[in-house]
Design a protein around this ligand. Structure first.
Ligand code: PLP
Length: 346
């Protein structure tokens, strides 16, 4: 018990299981730059079909998937409408400006959830003074929003606005797997509202590398060009696609366990002194809570948790984030609760 490490910093920390490594070892491979890797081709066909899209493209990372999509949809000098807390705005190294030559038009969402009215009001009129709106992006689940699920009716309303103005709509669905498992809404149902979607295999699904973008054949042709330009041609990448296929089959359904554990953890720590957390707000595998600064210092709490083997990050001066994943067990959750109680009740 004393030496237990419970690493709640991120769901990207998972290591491939023995069974996943076995699947990777047995993967049939070819040169994907020539379109000849049978395992990558199978993964792309499988996910395109799951999302009800014409085609898919395996990419090295979530950032690469978002960025090839942004470049494929826009022209330099345009603007993309996106929530101000989106991953695309905060954690992608300024790539929309750096690589696609577009600027972001950040909206003040409610924990990452923006409305159709906000989007419509942000679309620029045709006037030479303004940048032209080129794309609308949503994120589901929302990382900085605390893993919350973008409500389907709001997606439908935003999609209607996008169609009215003939603007493409892209989804950063790094954790769309979590949203789909939790709500029972299929990827196909989500997919009908978006022109493109990006999903990661390297988060809750537990693969070591890889994401995918889906869309029309024409969109994927353009995305393929940018993937090459961004250095994403990965030759015998079938060993990575095999991990993704394994994860889809074996790890996707078990995301419900991560969500259940996150809810238990949230419920247990919410009642502790100095913690401000509504357990009802925890919808998937991410918990973000505030501390009352006069009682608890976030940095100090993270340090004390770390000394007892519970690893997590601060998320701003008074916020802390915990993420459950494939390597977190029921016993880890129990231990984490005990550690919180020990620190905050003493
Ligand atoms: C919502 C979201 N989008 C995109 C990414 C980028 O994924 P990657 O780290 O594979 O580039 C992340 C990573 O955590 C994410 O949370």
């Amino acid at each position: 018990m004393k030496n237990r490490i419970v690493d709640l910093r991120s769901d990207t920390l998972t290591r491939p299981t023995a069974e996943m490594r076995e699947a990777m070892m047995k993967a049939e491979v070819g040169d994907d730059v020539f379109g000849e890797d049978p395992t990558i081709n199978r993964l792309q066909e499988t996910v395109a079909e799951l999302c009800g899209k014409e085609a898919a493209l395996f990419v090295t990372s979530g950032v690469q998937g978002n960025q090839v999509s942004i470049n494929a949809h826009t022209n330099p000098g345009q603007e993309i409408i996106v929530d101000k807390n989106a991953h695309i705005v905060n954690y992608e190294s300024g790539a929309p400006a750096l690589l696609a030559g577009v600027q972001v038009h950040p909206l003040d969402g409610n924990n990452g959830i923006i409305t159709a009215e906000q989007v419509e009001a942000a679309i620029r009129p045709t006037d030479d003074h303004y940048p032209q709106t080129g794309l609308i992006c949503l994120e589901n689940t929302h990382n900085r929003g605390g893993g919350n699920i973008f409500p389907l009716d709001e997606i439908q309303r935003i999609s209607a606005v996008a169609r009215k103005y003939q603007l493409p709509l892209h989804l950063d669905g790094a954790r769309l797997w979590n949203a789909s498992i939790e709500t029972g809404i299929s990827l196909k149902e989500y997919g009908q509202y978006f022109d493109s979607m990006m999903m990661c295999f390297s988060k809750g699904l537990g693969a070591p590398v890889g994401s995918i973008v889906v869309g029309s054949r024409e969109f994927i042709r353009k995305a393929h060009f940018y993937r090459k330009a961004y250095g994403g041609g990965i030759r015998q990448g079938g060993i990575l696609a095999a991990a993704a296929l394994y994860a889809l089959e074996h790890h996707w359904p078990r995301l419900k366990d991560d969500h259940r554990r996150a809810r238990i953890l949230a419920t247990e720590i919410a009642s502790l002194p100095g913690i401000l957390l509504d357990p009802e707000s925890v919808q998937t595998n991410i918990i973000i809570f505030e501390v009352e600064p006069e009682k608890v210092e976030a940095e100090d709490l993270v340090r004390q948790l770390g000394e007892r083997g519970v690893l997590c990050f601060t998320f701003g001066p008074t916020k802390i984030r915990l993420v459950t994943h494939l390597e977190i067990t029921d016993e880890d959750v129990e231990y984490t609760v005990e550690v919180f109680q020990k620190i905050l009740k003493e």
